[in-house]
Design a binder for this molecule. Sequence first.
Ligand code: AMP
Ligand code: GLY
Length: 427
Amino acid sequence: MHVLLLGSGGREHALAWKLAASPLLTKLYAAPGNPGIAEEAELADLKLADHAAIAAFCKANRIELVVVGPEAPLVAGLVDDLESAGIKAFGPKAAAARLEGSKSFTKRLAAANNIPTARFTEFSDAAAAKAHVRRHGAPIVVKADGLHAGKGVVVAMTPDEAFAGIDLAFEMTGAAKAPVVLEEFLTGEEASLFFLVDGENVLPLAGAQDHKRAFDGDQGPNTGGMGAYSPAPVLTPEIERRTLEEIVRPTARALVRAGTPYRGVLYAGLMITAEGPKLIEYNVRFGDPECQVLMPRLKDDLLTLMLATVDGTLAKVSARWLSDAAIAVVLATKGYPGAYATGSEIKGLERASEVEGVKIFHAGTRREGARLLASGGRVLDVTATGKNIAEARARAYRAIDLIDWPEGFYRRDIAWRALASTRHGRA
Ligand code: AMP
Ligand code: GLY
């Protein structure tokens, strides 16, 4: 089977690596790809926004499945356009991708279906939003509708922070006149659970926790994610069951009833509160770097699971997981998530890759002759498996110590929560 994988980050490198191991695969293409993905797939020169060119490429190369990695093409209707051209694609159509594309859509769906989530109010007027903050006080969470690459949310600890967040949110959504959501501040531990959904059927995958802040001790600005691990001790079997029954199944059913069934991987971002799991957000794709810790733990064939999702036969397959733990530590260019320089050379990856259990995924690299250069904010994901989190983590950091890249930085404390809870006997 010929497969085309779309995307160019560490998530897509992990997907490429797992797809390449499938007994069903005869040829893997990827676009735009990166030097790591190029080790697993033949790269094609395609722009994700050019749906017609992607469809033409699929016809010319007898592609039987397109796997869409990132959210933007899903929200933009790439899967709708491919299906109209008779091409199978893994990922939701635009109407169902609103679960990530619109906070307001998801909050309304949750409210209408009794799905546990933070209480919320929508505003299309900044003055009214500020009056709400004056009445209810802080902490409070301000969310701008639409896709903002993780920058649309302000967790305001004071009313002044909320006022500034409201102004910012209205600036971001202004042109679209989309609403701003103010919601209750939830306390608890954050974690993510992943599911395959084929319309009505939901197949739970595994869980993970990531680290959104740039620096050790969860300090510094928010990023796309500086590291992740799986499994997450906070996601007990009971929490997983409640998330499935109280949150994800009602969502899948509601979308089927609305005539916009969800097909693809669904990422439930959760707060594990004293009352149980509450939905913070949905993403309509695998997490990055969460995908990098899920793929090494997946025992079954990813391509089989993706085909079952697209064909509506998820009820007939299962997903089994290694009991081993996996961790991913992100190496980023100094300055990220703010301004940073590109083009610095990275050395030592071959030696680092030889550490037992280690696999290095490329996120933002390019090749220039024999040299490997940094080309983005998040550059490499050093992933390791081990019999438990402590062993996986020791291996990942041993590998990082062998990488020679003075312009990079990383967190030294990935998985601190899991290790702390293990010490307290939770895992
Ligand atoms: P979102 O883009 O909706 O996932 O929000 C980004 C981050 O803001 C989340 O990962 C949480 O850390 C935080 N956050 C969002 N909503 C809430 C909430 N209701 N209470 C506390 N923290 C929140
Ligand atoms: N690591 C968070 C995300 O993929 O949204």
